[in-house]
Design a protein around this ligand. Structure first.
Ligand SMILES: [Zn+2]
Length: 151
């Protein structure tokens, strides 16, 4: 089975055979890694594309440089990205660079994590959480284990 993934760098839609998700697939257009090890900064345009077409769960950290708790959580989010590699993709959206994100996603406070899958929001949580709590929450929201197998 092939999975659709938007490149988090350029927004190009890519198809990846399910078994190759962990084999570092690259974007056919720009060559960026489709399943990065670390959270990728995305633009609002790329996020909206990925949110719509991705078959793999997408977890987005809405943050801002002025937000102390956001900076505190950043290393935890990065650790979670490694733990979840191959079963979910993690991205970051700078709410100062993309101020319209606030209304688009109904953001009341940051850091805010939203999980998307199958073209819709499947979960959100506000506030600082640890890497293992992020991984647990993603597993619960998406119904996948860390190995990427359906429960
Ligand atoms: Zn690309």
């Amino acid at each position: 089975m092939s999975l659709k993934l938007a490149c988090l760098a350029c927004g190009q839609g890519n198809k990846v055979p399910e078994g190759r998700l962990r084999a570092s697939p690259k974007c056919g257009k720009c060559g960026a890694m489709l399943v990065p090890r670390a959270p990728i900064d995305v633009s609002l345009d790329v996020l909206q594309k990925a949110e719509r077409i991705d078959d793999v769960p997408l977890i987005v950290d809405f943050w801002a440089a002025w937000c102390g708790p956001c900076r505190m959580m950043a290393p935890e989010f990065a650790k979670a990205a490694q733990a979840l590699k191959g079963s979910a993709r993690l991205a970051k959206l700078d709410t100062e660079a993309f101020p319209t994100a606030g209304a688009r996603y109904g953001i009341r406070g940051i850091p805010l994590l939203i999980a998307f899958q199958g073209g819709k929001e499947i979960g959100r949580r506000t506030g600082v959480i640890s890497a293992s709590d992020i991984a647990d929450w993603v597993g619960t929201s998406t119904g996948t284990t860390l190995d990427g197998h359906a429960q």
